[in-house]
Design a protein around this ligand. Sequence first.
Ligand code: AMP
Length: 220
Amino acid sequence: MIAVLHLILIGAPGSGKGTQAKRLVSKFDIVHISTGDMLREAVHSGSDLGELISTYLRAGRLVPDNHVTALVEERVDRGDVPNGFVIDGYPRTINQIQAFADLMKARSRRLAAVVCIDVPDVSVISRMANRRIDPETGRIYNLNLKADWPSLDIMERLVQRDDDRPDVIKQRLDTYRAETEPVIEAYRGTGELIEVNGSGTPDEVFERVTHGLATVTESS
Ligand code: AMP
């Protein structure tokens, strides 16, 4: 197995990137960088920048490239990423591809692969509409999966992300089509893209992800 691994996870909102990222973190002992999580933290901090960011999140629109790239740089430079990272939710625009390539080059880090999780629209819409979060533990539940339901106590305190509401879901998918699908096309052109069918259980999808990554992790 290789010592350092840098991966990008890309896919529509609700495609299961976060879930797969967590599994990659435990398997390869790498750090999870989620721009969505970092932006939500910035919003909760209540700073002026957080206020500005929340207007984009609530509208289902992308936060300007320079803010997001600054957050990623800061995270990569924190000094606790010796084995590499899996970054989920970035790059999401063509401009962010270049910014990411520049920041990797400046730190002599090499991207191993871009894993794209492919899920049909109907499934991502249903997953987002049924996603609930436990504010105390941060654990995410999918109300579609009865087997996933927590105890009644926990069930009562679950909340929905502001941007998982139907009108915002539509906008997020439109944004994904317009801004992020061209990113996937660009990585397809560089030969770094690994496409994975994201339907099925998290275990089934993870099996496909690790299978897709096998050549990368064995040969790098
Ligand atoms: P996510 O949790 O990845 O679905 O991201 C939630 C929201 O954060 C998105 O709808 C965007 O508003 C914002 N966001 C996350 N990553 C990026 C990015 N790379 N560029 C711009 N906005 C982003």
